[in-house]
Design a protein around this ligand. Structure first.
Ligand SMILES: Nc1ncnc2c1ncn2[C@@H]1O[C@H](COP(=O)(O)OP(=O)(O)OP(=O)(O)O)[C@@H](O)[C@H]1O
Ligand SMILES: CC(C)(CO)[C@@H](O)C(=O)[O-]
Ligand code: BAL
Length: 289
């Protein structure tokens, strides 16, 4: 495994690989502090691609004022051990100056799919994500890029960007990995106190309740409001939980709908704060017809 810090080194390594191999290049972009969710993306890349490139970069452009950019967890040694174990070939760990040597005057901005959910509660966030991901795609020029569905809106945004800009990369969405008790794995889980960690179980539980509600609904007929209410009500049983949003939308278009008749795939998406820690989770379901 090689660890490179500069864009020039990264490009040189990938060029050499391409010259000597006709296999594909798979890419997993991350912000580091790697957990088993990240490892699952790396393993999928390992099984599908000839060369596996991992990037670790905490991107300042996607954090708003007052968010956790400065205190975002970092552990380089542990990250390199996870990467090595997953069979990564190249780790790209650029500095902020390497990625943004001058003020950025070009922004990639995806409309419509960014208007709700995290796009609404974190203004500018997806411009930061789309801009850095398109820069990384230009640097790595991967054949496949692997993204987790825990960040389902991010997947929808990147897929839209790839389609609109004719980028020659296949986006591979990967399932959310969870702790044994159901909590979605996330680098930010490390911020939680013991009490918050315990109460954070309401997130996955509420999504399970939504799934059971739909599965038990023999007529296959329900409104988005019914689901939204059911999920919010369960989250509110945790005294430390402060709901940022609970929304039920079509997926991947992320548009509101009134009745299950009018859609084929839905997402129940939520963001909830425990103290200063904001967690997200979601459930994507096919609607029975
Ligand atoms: N539990 C998970 N299962 C599968 N993929 C995941 C999981 N958590 C994160 N990922 C994916 O890993 C990639 C990098 O995400 P990132 O480094 O932001 O990790 P994170 O754990 O989501 O951190 P954060 O706490 O910032 O949300 C993204 O594509 C993300 O969707
Ligand atoms: C895709 C990404 C690495 C861009 O900074 C980030 O948003 C993330 O970790 O999900
Ligand atoms: N995985 C999402 C990155 C962020 O919260 O900024």
């Amino acid at each position: 495994m090689e660890v490179v810090q500069t864009i020039a080194e990264l490009r040189a390594r990938i060029k050499t690989y391409r010259r000597n191999n006709d296999q594909t290049v798979g890419f997993v972009p991350t912000m580091g502090f790697l957990h088993d969710g990240h490892a699952s993306l790396l393993q999928k890349a390992r099984s599908q691609s000839g060369l596996v490139v991992l990037s670790i970069f905490v991107n300042p452009l996607q954090f708003g004022p007052g968010e956790d950019f400065e205190r975002y967890p970092r552990n380089e040694e542990q990250d390199l051990a996870v990467a090595e174990a997953a069979g990564v070939d190249i780790v790209f760990m650029p500095s902020v100056d390497e990625m943004y040597p001058t003020p950025t005057r070009t922004t990639v901005s995806v409309s419509e799919v960014t208007t709700r959910l995290c796009g609404a509660s974190r203004p500018g966030h997806f411009d930061g994500v789309a801009t850095v991901v398109s820069k990384l795609f230009h640097m790595v020029q991967p054949d496949q890029a692997f993204f987790g569905l825990k960040d389902a809106q991010q997947v929808a945004v990147i897929e839209q960007m790839v389609q609109d800009l004719n980028l020659p990369v296949e986006i591979v969405p990967c399932p959310t990995l969870r702790e044994k008790d159901g909590l979605a794995m996330s680098s930010r889980n490390v911020y939680l106190s013991v009490e918050e960690r315990q109460q954070a179980l309401v997130l996955s539980q509420s999504l399970q309740q939504a799934k059971t509600f739909i599965d038990n609904n023999v007529s296959g007929s329900f409104t988005s409001e019914e689901l939204q209410r059911l999920v919010s009500k369960h989250i509110q049983t945790a005294p430390l939980a402060v709901i940022d949003y609970v929304e039920v939308l079509s997926y991947p278009t992320l548009e509101p709908f009134e009745h299950s008749h009018s859609i084929t795939t839905l997402i129940v998406a939520l963001a909830v704060k425990f103290g200063k820690t904001r967690l997200i989770d979601n459930l994507i379901l096919q609607v029975r017809k």
